[in-house]
Design a protein around this ligand. Structure first.
Ligand code: ADP
Ligand code: TRP
Length: 344
């Protein structure tokens, strides 16, 4: 499916990624990128820092989150020599393209975008005016995201379900521009949802999420990871009592990380009353540490040598910019009457 395709992944540097983000988003994104590259395609991976400023105004927090997210992708195996790895704010053409797209974006698209609607709903619930605290960055965010995608002639955007609508908006805007000029100026993207990626439960049984405070930390030290794992909810049944593993949260979390063999061992042990909660928590702890230990070492290295990462990002931007420049030129030439030059 990725045969010679352009795959583009964007990630907002907000929040410190947890194990759920790593297993559910970061690792799968890197894997898809590798698959695309192996199939002769191209992989763009970027940090959407202009998207982050809509919600985060503290420069220290922003720069810290950006550092963390860049280092996590590198630690997780992203190869900046193969994938084009860059920071959105290093590509100034993005904003010129966005300005052009605005003129072809019906305001109604923004009114119905999920992020804006959710913010309005929250205000209504709190009996505040609809647009209280909502800035233009949040309101127009789908157009900026459309540029992120369209600037690089993207074929496929791997996304979670919440981002599908944004890719559809990008596609609609591109379609409207192409139709207006009766010329393929922009390549139409599609989205891809990886159905195999499971939701990792948190230590209280709800979806692991930073907003629930129920996370297993990612590249923290063993002690912090152990503390989180040992506070996973269990009951007071004794070890000898046979248990159905599917009712046990530790086992549910283990599913997202263990091999089949490891999972069977835990499942059998629980069913036969041979493993207690302390045993299975230690098994989960070992699996988590085993999963992350090499990546954590790399992560700590990159965090301590961010100048090297910065160089990679600069190199990535210089690889990415010519494509964005070409897209901008096609658009400007068409819009201002210098000529119609279709893509491809
Ligand atoms: P959070 O819920 O912690 O705020 P985000 O909403 O920022 O996480 O999600 C960032 C990415 O991580 C998304 O692609 C999302 O699908 C993925 N993700 C978040 N939580 C989980 C989870 N518990 N299991 C699997 N993937 C997750
Ligand atoms: N909106 C995405 C999110 O909140 C991040 C993002 C910005 C993105 N631009 C993108 C994702 C382009 C894919 C393609 O997670």
């Amino acid at each position: 499916m990725f045969d010679k395709k352009v795959i583009l992944t964007g990630v907002k540097p907000t929040g410190t990624p947890h194990l759920g983000n790593y297993l559910g988003a970061i690792k799968p994104a890197i894997k898809l990128g590798h698959e695309a590259l192996a199939a002769g395609g191209k992989h763009y991976m970027f940090i959407a820092d202009y998207h982050a400023i809509n919600a985060e105004k503290d420069p220290n927090i922003l720069s810290q989150k950006l550092k963390e997210i860049a280092c996590i992708y590198l630690a997780g195996g992203l190869d900046p020599k193969k994938s084009v790895f860059y920071r959105q704010s290093d590509i100034p053409e993005i904003h010129e393209i966005t300005t052009i797209l605005y003129a072809y974006t019906p305001k109604g698209f923004m009114n119905k975008a999920h992020a804006y609607k959710a913010a309005v709903d929250k205000n209504r619930e709190a009996q505040k005016p609809d647009d209280d605290g909502i800035n233009m960055g949040l309101y127009t965010y789908p157009t900026l995201m459309a540029t992120d995608i369209l600037a690089f002639n993207t074929d496929i955007v791997p996304v979670g379900k919440d981002q599908v609508q944004h890719v559809e908006i990008a596609r609609d805007i591109a379609g409207a521009i192409n139709a207006h000029y009766n010329c393929k100026l922009l390549h139409l993207p599609t989205y891809y949802i990886d159905e195999h990626v499971a939701v990792v439960p948190g230590i209280d049984g709800r979806k692991m999420s930073k907003s629930y405070g129920n996370v297993i930390p990612l590249f923290d030290d063993d002690k912090a990871i152990k503390k989180a794992i040992f506070s996973i909810k269990t009951d007071s049944r004794p070890m000898e009592e046979p248990k159905n593993p599917d009712e046990i949260l530790v086992y549910e979390i283990y599913k997202s990380i263990a091999t089949e063999e490891q999972l069977k061992e835990m499942g059998d042990g629980l069913r036969q009353g041979k493993l207690g909660y302390g045993n299975i928590k230690n098994m989960l702890l070992d699996a988590v540490i085993n999963e992350i230990k090499d990546a954590r070492e790399k992560y700590n290295y990159y965090m301590a040598h961010f100048d090297e990462v910065e160089e990679m990002l600069q190199e990535g931007a210089s690889k990415a910019r010519p494509t964005a420049q070409a897209t901008l030129k096609r658009l400007k030439d068409a819009v201002f009457g210098k000529g119609l030059n279709p893509f491809e």
